[in-house]
Design a binder for this molecule. Structure first.
Ligand code: HEC
Ligand code: HEC
Ligand code: HEC
Length: 454
């Protein structure tokens, strides 16, 4: 072989190797985008992948996700790696404006540099550009349209960085923590927030309301959390949407499972399960599951006969065909006796499951009853379920069903914007006050120095 052809051959192989490296990186980025569930928010129903336009409802108006395809006219085609990194970690756009925290940047701040590069390679090398801005843009009314209010909040709370590996734990545990907290952002839903809407680290993963749905305690406390679940049962739930301990995912959890967790590799699901089952027990407020678990399945035939209890009658007419009059389920349909949905500290998830139904990635669907039952009927039915099969101390009201049907309690985001603005105002005030004190002091000092100076 001549020297020239050898050099040529070398050059082509290294070019091919480079291309391979780039496509490897993009392929890894693809998997990470699934683990980070980017599509759940950035792909609208029947829309092009990542072209944005999905509405996130708030009582003040809708927040629409943006186009994150590599289009230079409508997407993030002109984002450099540094711009992309800043948007994901700090919630700041290329033009310097703040993103609303509907984008989970406090969690993505923990993504490793290596993975951030892979995500960038995927979004700029493998995602198809869509040269069209979403049909709808976010336009919250004043004062919520002032994006800088987020800057005040970020200054105080949003400064997480990638976690250093914990050497006292196994590589599997460390991988699980990373997948859960950086990409899977479990804590953004499962960790309660304080008055300033910051996650309360000391109560990590001990349960929080998301408006319509309640994200339950998933710490290892046996009575309030999932301490009774094995790691294998947690992995099963993340893969299939339900677990053999009698819990079925609905709402935002089911969405995350359908689009993200169910598509992760088994080793990654096991890693998440290993980490989650190690979470220190946090005793959340006011409720103990054991009041419902261990309830006997009674063969209560009165359910089938006409009865004074309206909820009982609605159950017999609509639900007993699948869940049995005794609530025992069977033939692949879940039991309602001691079902996780009926041992939560609030009735909201049971109400939402009845209104919206459930479509898990594996197994049978639960039909939606929103069009069939009115608010009064859903409330009567839910109260019957808790009395008969679950924690009888938990009840709901017609008013609450009405609120849930309309989209839930005011979202955190609104409070966040208000608080952010207050903080921004306080900081501004402090800076002005600080400056004027300094100026006054300098003046005083200058005055007191004068006698000596003269
Ligand atoms: C829970 C919903 C949600 C998830 C999950 C999510 N995003 Fe976002 N993202 C949003 C919303 C909403 C906006 C626009 C917010 C606004 O207008 O302030 C946004 C904005 C962005 C922007 C700024 C683009 C611009 O200039 O407008 C980038 C970049 C981005 N997201 C990338 C990602 C990536 C990459 C992932 C996955 C790792 C991801 N997002 C996951 C909701 C989400
Ligand atoms: C977008 C919000 C959201 C995210 C992100 C999220 N969850 Fe959930 N999770 C929920 C909600 C809401 C429920 C309740 C579902 C129901 O009752 O049907 C739930 C339920 C669960 C349950 C069932 C607990 C029980 O007692 O039945 C487990 C386990 C769980 N989540 C684990 C996780 C893990 C692990 C992650 C991260 C890898 C995660 N979740 C991410 C909202 C979320
Ligand atoms: C066609 C069969 C069918 C009917 C009718 C039905 N269900 Fe279900 N239900 C299911 C299935 C299947 C699941 C579990 C889905 C899964 O695994 O995700 C379920 C789950 C549930 C859950 C658990 C929800 C959660 O988030 O954990 C509750 C509560 C429930 N059903 C109540 C009812 C009530 C009340 C009615 C009557 C209004 C009813 N079901 C009617 C099939 C049915």
């Amino acid at each position: 072989m001549s020297l020239l052809s050898m050099t040529l051959a070398l050059a082509t192989t290294s070019a091919a190797a480079l291309a391979d490296d780039a496509s490897d990186l993009a392929a890894r980025g693809h998997y990470l985008a699934i683990a980070g569930d980017c599509a759940a928010c950035h792909t609208a129903e029947h829309g092009d992948p990542f072209a944005g336009g999905k509405a996130i409802a708030t009582p003040l108006g809708q927040i629409f996700s943006t186009n994150i395809t590599p289009s230079t006219s409508a997407g993030i085609g002109d984002y450099t790696f540094a711009d992309f990194d800043r948007a994901l970690r700090h919630g700041v756009r290329r033009d310097g404006s703040n993103l609303y925290p509907a984008m989970p940047y406090t969690a993505y701040a923990k993504i490793s540099d290596e993975d951030m590069k892979a995500l960038y390679a995927y979004f700029h090398g493998a995602v198809m550009p869509v040269d069209k801005k979403p049909d709808h843009q976010t336009a919250l009314p004043f004062p919520f349209n002032l994006r800088f209010s987020m800057a005040g909040w970020n200054l105080l709370f949003a400064r997480e960085t990638p976690d250093a590996p914990d050497a006292s734990q196994s590589p599997e545990w460390n991988r699980g923590r990373y997948l859960s907290e950086a990409l899977g952002h479990c804590q953004t839903c499962h960790t309660p927030r304080n008055l300033l809407m910051a996650e309360e680290a000391s109560k990590g993963m001990s349960g929080a309301s998301l408006g319509q749905w309640y994200a339950p305690n998933i710490t290892s406390d046996r009575a309030r959390g999932i301490g009774a679940w094995s790691a294998a049962q947690i992995a099963e739930y993340l893969k299939n949407g339900h677990s053999s301990v009698g819990s079925q995912a609905g709402g935002p959890m089911l969405e995350a499972i359908n689009m993200s967790f169910s598509k992760l590799s088994d080793p990654d699901l096991n890693a998440i399960a290993t980490y989650i089952s190690s979470l220190p027990a946090v005793i959340s407020e006011g409720h103990d599951k054991t009041s419902a678990t261990g309830r006997p399945v009674t063969n209560d035939l009165s359910l089938m006969s006409g009865s004074a209890d309206a909820g009982q009658q609605i159950y017999a007419d609509n639900c007993a065909t699948c869940h049995q009059s005794t609530g025992a389920g069977g033939r692949g349909l879940p039991a309602l006796v001691a079902n996780a949905a009926l041992t939560r500290p609030v009735a909201d998830n049971a109400v939402m499951a009845v209104l919206d139904g459930l479509s898990p990635p594996q197994g049978h669907d639960m039909p939606a009853f929103a069009d069939k039952l009115d608010d009064r009927e859903v409330a009567d039915l839910t109260n019957f379920l808790f009395r008969q099969f679950g924690d009888p101390s938990i009840q709901t009201t017609e008013q609450q069903v009405k609120i849930l049907r309309a989209g839930g309690a005011p979202s955190n985001l609104i409070q966040l914007a208000q608080i952010g603005m207050v903080i921004a105002a306080v900081i501004l005030f402090a800076v002005i006050a600080g400056n004027s004190i300094l100026i006054a002091r300098r003046r005083r000092r200058a005055r007191s120095r004068q006698p000596f100076a003269s």
